[in-house]
Write a protein that binds this ligand. Structure first.
Ligand SMILES: [Fe+2]
Ligand SMILES: [Fe+2]
Length: 149
């Protein structure tokens, strides 16, 4: 993977993380349960940190962070607008789990292709984000199971 390919892949993550900030922020505003609403807000805040750490890395590599628009649609076959309009806590959690799993899969693949080929900083950023996505997926999953009881 050359530097241009890495920058372009990082831009995909940059856009995906931006989509997630929008999604979780809007879910937080539309969720009546206070605790779940706060969880969505906290998770959106962490996704914003991912936007920032990836954006900064793109700049350090000489690229320009570029928002590619809706990158959620190809993943779940629904436009971001439709996903934002989803209601029902179970539906929100299921979509969120799918997105977190996609993020984890792609972070793992990128870590695999850059490990040992780039500076350690890029690997550390990707791994740190991966851990956060793992925690998000686990929280969403636990909440979904809890609500099913
Ligand atoms: Fe993220
Ligand atoms: Fe996440």
């Amino acid at each position: 993977m050359d530097k241009e390919q890495l920058i372009s892949k990082l831009n995909w993550f940059y856009s995906f993380e931006l989509n997630q900030v929008d999604l979780y922020t809007s879910q937080s505003k539309s969720t009546e349960d206070d605790y779940i609403a706060l969880a969505f807000e906290r998770i959106a805040y962490i996704e914003q940190q991912h936007v920032d750490n990836i954006g900064n890395k793109i700049k350090k590599l000489g690229g320009k962070p570029t928002a590619l628009g809706d990158v959620v649609a190809p993943i779940i076959g629904k436009t971001l607008g439709k996903v934002l309009a989803l209601s029902g806590i179970g539906n929100l959690l299921k979509v969120n789990i799918l997105l977190e799993q996609k993020a984890m899969k792609d972070y793992k693949e990128l870590i695999h292709s850059v490990k040992g080929k780039y500076d350690n900083e890029v690997v550390k950023i990707l791994q740190s984000n991966l851990i956060d996505e793992d925690l998000h997926a686990a929280w969403f999953n636990n909440k979904l199971l809890e609500l099913k009881k």
